[in-house]
Design a protein around this ligand. Sequence first.
Ligand code: ADP
Length: 634
Amino acid sequence: MLKNSLKYKFVLAVCVICFICLLIVSLVSYRISYNALYSESTQKMTEAAQKNVEKMNGWLNLQAAIIKGMSDSFERSGISDHQDIVNFLQSEKELYPYFMFVYIGYPDGKLIDATWVPSSDFDCTNRPWYTGAVRKGDLYFSSPYQNVATKKMVITISKPVKRNGSFVGVFAVDIDMEYLTNLVINANIGGNCYAFLLDDHNNFIVHPNKDFQPTSKEVIKVAEDGKLGEIDRHIRDNNYNVFELKDYDGVLSKIDANGWTFGIALPKSEIVKPLNKLWLGFIISLLISLIIGIIIILFVMNNMLNPIQKLTQAVKDFANKKMDARCLVSSFDEIGELSRSFNEMADTIQDYSNTLEQEMEHRKDREQKLLEANRKLQELDKLKSELLSTVSHELRTPLTSIVGFAKITNKKLNEVIFPHTENNDIKVEKAISQVKDNIEIIVAEGDRLTSLISDVIEIAKLEAGKFEWHMDPVSLIEIIEKAILATNILFEQKGLKLRRNFEEGLPQVLGDRERLIQVVINLISNAIKFTIQGSVVCAAMRTGNEITVSVTDTGIGIAEEDFEKVFDKFRQVGDILTSKPQGTGLGLSICKLIVEHHGGKIWVESEPGKGSKFSFTIPIIKGNADVVVDEFGI
Ligand code: ADP
């Protein structure tokens, strides 16, 4: 229920969409922020590199200018005495305390220093500062190296000395590199950023990592490949710009004074550090906004769905026959409109329901009254039948006597009295003829009345359940044959043809033989009675678990509206006024009672002027349904 709820589906969908959107936004903003931070940090590094390189260039040019000035003043002084030269050098050194050694080398290998006295075998002409200056013919910057005595990093700046245009020696100064080292060490833009200095041979001069720092014995060269290969490639390609190592980003800048390289590097992790803090803050605010969003959505959804739930509940209640269930939504949106429509519909249905209930009550009342009336009618009918039965019984005895005496009288008149009367008197003859006719009418009507009374008594017995039934397995074909035999004389009198249509091998039925013969005789004699010419067909066939017997004639037929009526008591249909019916109107009602007692049914199919077909069914004995009997069922 909860999972299927519209509310939770909606919330879930919104959450997923929000989450995906926020994730995309986060990733994009992360990338943008990273790029911004990256360019900011490279910008900072570039600025730091430029600033420091400017300082270094300035410092080195200054030193070079000082040394050039010293050398020029030495040239101009024209001193040549050893002690004078030492004094000159000492005075110059005192002016610049970071000048560690000030000295002059001569082509014969001798060296005069302000403070230091070299050994007798010392040859300055194979020193780089000497050879470099001679080769260049101008200022020469040596590679830095560690001074053996002071353990400090120094560089030597040397310059050839000329007198009167001829080379006399090389003027040189060893300068403490502390200023440059400090510049490199302090060139930090924050965090784990560091700077380094390379000489013109790509040797590390200054580096915060001990492994790269120069010693008195060796200097570390930037490897051409491996981790730092990128730096080497940049310098070789003269590409002094931004470089990127595996974990570092950095900037290289050339010191023009002596061709050294100043480098500054920043770990990538340092770049994203502020971003990580930002990221954490972002995730937290994302979660908070997601939670707030969910709460707001739930609130809005509740507001939206509550009326729908109310409406659903009202519809359910109404469906569960709570006819007074209504939806109390007062909003003016679509849901409110729907609720009002539902309420109106429920009102209408309730009205209909109430009317229907009242109608049902009235109908029940009417039914009750009808039942009561029916009961009274049945009572009256019973009383009538009893009365009829009693009257019939009472009438039968005297009627039998009347008919009997009438017949005897008729016989005596015919045999004894009329033969002895005068035959030549017309009046007498007329009287005799009248008496004869009257007595015949008395006998005929007496017979008809007797048969009517017998029918009434029989029907009364059948209805009262007082009839004695003799139920046996019987063959309906045998019964039909017996009925045909009994009505043979009628066929002859009317000159009608009789035809049989029996299915072979019909099983037996359980029935009262005499009563069933009575039914078939009745149907055949009716068929003969209402047929002027043509034929009567007696048929028997199996229809499912029953046997259907039918008697079809080519007589006057019966109108469809009389199909049911002919089975009513004392009912004679057709034009009774013009053609006086012969019979009592009880025959078919007796047939119906007998057939229904056997569990069958009787009906008529007919077309006025063409003939009628009376059929009745009798169920086949259960378990004996497939027992085939011979032609007469014996
Ligand atoms: P009745 O003694 O008058 O024949 P029944 O109950 O046997 O009484 O028949 C009732 C009425 O049904 C008849 O009066 C007649 O109108 C009609 N009827 C019965 N059988 C036939 C038939 N085969 N053809 C036409 N009408 C018939």
